[in-house]
Ligand binder design. Structure first.
Ligand SMILES: Nc1ncnc2c1ncn2[C@@H]1O[C@H](COP(=O)(O)OP(=O)(O)OP(=O)(O)O)[C@@H](O)[C@H]1O
Length: 291
């Protein structure tokens, strides 16, 4: 189990994270926040690339910085950008990494072939990565992060550049992998974590906003999300008065989804809030709503 205890991180005078407290067990945790909110800072502390300015991070009660190599042996990490060699095949690349980690070659071949099977790359394991799609490269990235069969797997924005089909495949793979390990996946894309996370962690104004199940987080907007058909002429008025979550053209009307806390007006259709709604609501001042 990982315990993040009163952790703050400052870069000079700038405070990137303030007094973060979290307890994490096996399963998938989605670290969801807009760019610049401090996800990478938290992740870099979790993988010991940087250390907290205050507080500490414990693994099974031991400070991860003090554990040093012992901690890194149970850690798998896929950074936002990972370096690989285009002229290598996945198998060659992983064998090279295994050699760096000092793993025995015969044993490595067995582990690597098994891993490449798990990430659905067995058919192409001897092909050069030069022609691989973004999704295939990310799967190589996952395989390298799994090389030491880590108990803690940390993935920083792992779906960047993947198409929807590859994203879906990726999510399924994580669910499969999460059975016996702790997985943290950082993203600003709600659908990446909505259906696979045991709990979603959201950070706002440098502080922890939520660490809860998707259902629990969505409940915070229960009874406040509506859909309604309006004419184009009314659109400006609604935009001024309410936080619009989405606008959809339907024949000669506009179907809008919006937030209102208070009495509903006649005709409004109250709908169940989704994680995307909460995300747009909580970060309304930080993100430009794409309409
Ligand atoms: N080395 C650094 N020195 C100074 N400020 C930094 C440094 N690293 C990050 N920051 C600042 O800390 C804040 C959080 O950055 P961080 O990279 O953790 O955010 P993020 O949520 O991961 O965003 P992204 O997805 O863009 O990486 C940002 O305002 C960023 O400018």
């Amino acid at each position: 189990m990982i315990v993040i205890k009163n952790v703050s991180k400052n870069y000079g005078d700038f405070c990137a994270l303030r007094e973060i407290n979290l307890e994490l067990d096996n399963g998938v945790y989605g670290l969801l926040a807009p760019n610049g909110a401090g996800k990478t800072t938290l992740i870099k502390m979790l993988v010991t690339l940087i250390s907290p300015s205050e507080g500490e991070i414990l693994y099974d009660g031991k400070n991860i910085l003090a554990m040093d190599q012992e901690y890194r042996e149970l850690l798998g990490y896929l950074p936002q950008q990972f370096g690989y060699y285009k002229n290598y095949s996945p198998k060659q690349y992983l064998l090279y990494l295994a050699a760096l980690k000092g793993l025995n070659k015969k044993e490595s071949i067995r582990i690597i072939e098994d891993l490449l099977g798990r990430v659905a790359l067995k058919d192409v394991m001897n092909k050069k990565m030069r022609k691989f799609s973004g999704g295939m490269i990310q799967r190589v990235g996952i395989a390298q992060a799994l090389l030491n069969n880590p108990k803690v797997l940390i993935l920083d924005e792992p779906t960047a550049g993947l198409d929807p089909k590859e994203r879906a495949r990726f999510r399924n793979m994580l669910t499969e992998l999460s059975r016996d390990r702790l997985i943290i996946i950082s993203t600003h894309i709600v659908s990446d974590v909505e259906n696979i996370s045991k709990e979603v962690i959201m950070v706002k104004n440098q502080q922890l906003l939520y660490k809860e199940s998707v259902e629990g987080i969505c409940q915070t907007l229960e009874g406040a999300v509506y859909e309604f058909n309006i004419s184009y002429d009314e659109l400006e008025e609604y935009r001024k008065s309410y936080l619009i979550l989405s606008e959809k053209q339907e024949l000669d009307m506009m179907n809008i989804r919006f937030i209102h806390k208070g009495h509903m007006k006649e005709g409004w259709n109250s709908v169940s809030p989704g994680l995307e709604d909460v995300f747009l609501y909580e970060y309304r001042d930080e993100i430009e709503v794409d309409m």
